[in-house]
Design a protein around this ligand. Structure first.
Ligand code: ADP
Ligand code: MG
Length: 264
């Protein structure tokens, strides 16, 4: 069993403190959902865990099985078994999916024989057309196709932990069901149960991907944690119950500057 532990994490972006003391402990096979209004710092949390440039950690730690990962470069964190599905997956012209996966597997000392068959089998499980498998990574994909493509990569690479930053954004209902069901299956895998940190604004992601724990992030802090029932409270009352009365929480805001970065 593996443990990803976030302790007292403070981080700033462009001189503004965005994460203000986040604590979270995630074990293999567990599904934790981090939910929160726009601008709460959800994407910042995923960026800091993976080491995205421009984010500075000012206090706290992130460890994988007791080893500090904040001092590692992003590719080292990925090789250690922490995988991120970005809110807006990056397009990588000139790099095919099979080449990217084959490099990643080889680097992890894994066998690449049968990779192409495995990719097709995984594509079938999530309704991803085979003709997309030969395209350059995410290039000219719709939002939903990108998320299916990323889910396929997750299933092939089998990391220890996956952070899903708004897997549901850009996905239609069928694709959302297929992708979230596949992630749920990976978390129940008998040999290598995936630990999942599912970051989402809406509870619809959690219909197939059943969370063991839900944490509500508001203004860079986890203000409430509970079981799956918290999603029902949110569905009914929105985030208002978890934010102070004097502040309005935008239900849907224009993409933040971070979102713009993710689109680049
Ligand atoms: P969420 O994903 O919960 O919607 P984000 O983590 O994207 O929230 O953003 C949290 C806050 O940090 C927002 O106010 C956002 O504008 C700000 N922020 C995030 N990234 C950057 C950045 N690269 N430059 C400036 N501000 C940023
Ligand atoms: Mg976000």
């Amino acid at each position: 069993m593996s443990v990803l532990e976030i302790s007292g994490l403070h981080a700033e972006v462009a001189g503004n403190e965005i994460l203000r003391g986040v604590d979270l402990r995630l074990e293999s096979g567990e599904v934790h959902a981090v939910m929160g209004p726009n601008g709460a710092g959800k994407s910042t949390l995923s960026a800091v865990i993976m080491g995205r440039p421009g984010y500075s950690v000012t206090a706290g730690s992130v460890t994988l099985d007791g080893t500090d990962i904040l001092s590692l470069s992003t590719w080292e964190r990925a090789a250690a078994g922490v995988h991120l599905i970005m809110q807006y997956p990056t397009e990588v012209p000139g790099v095919s999916l099979v080449d990217a996966l084959s490099e990643a597997l080889q680097h992890r000392g894994r066998d690449t024989a049968g990779l192409s068959d495995l990719m097709k089998a995984e594509a079938d499980r999530i309704g991803f057309e085979h003709r997309f498998l030969d395209r350059a990574l995410n290039v000219d994909f719709s939002g939903g196709e990108k998320k299916r493509n990323e889910t396929l990569q997750l299933a092939v690479l089998q990391p220890r932990f996956a952070i899903l930053d708004e897997l549901d954004s850009g996905l239609d209902i069928d694709a959302l069901r297929d992708c979230s069901r596949r992630v749920e299956e990976l978390s129940n895998d008998a040999d290598n149960p995936l630990g999942v940190l599912a970051i989402t604004h809406y509870s619809r992601l959690l219909n197939e991907l059943r969370p063991d724990h839900i944490h509500i992030l508001v203004k860079g802090q986890i203000v409430t944690s509970g079981g799956a029932e918290l999603a029902d409270v949110l569905e009914r009352d929105g985030y208002a119950a978890f934010t102070s009365d004097d502040e309005e929480v935008a239900e849907e805001s224009a993409p933040s500057s971070l979102d713009d970065l993710f689109k680049m």
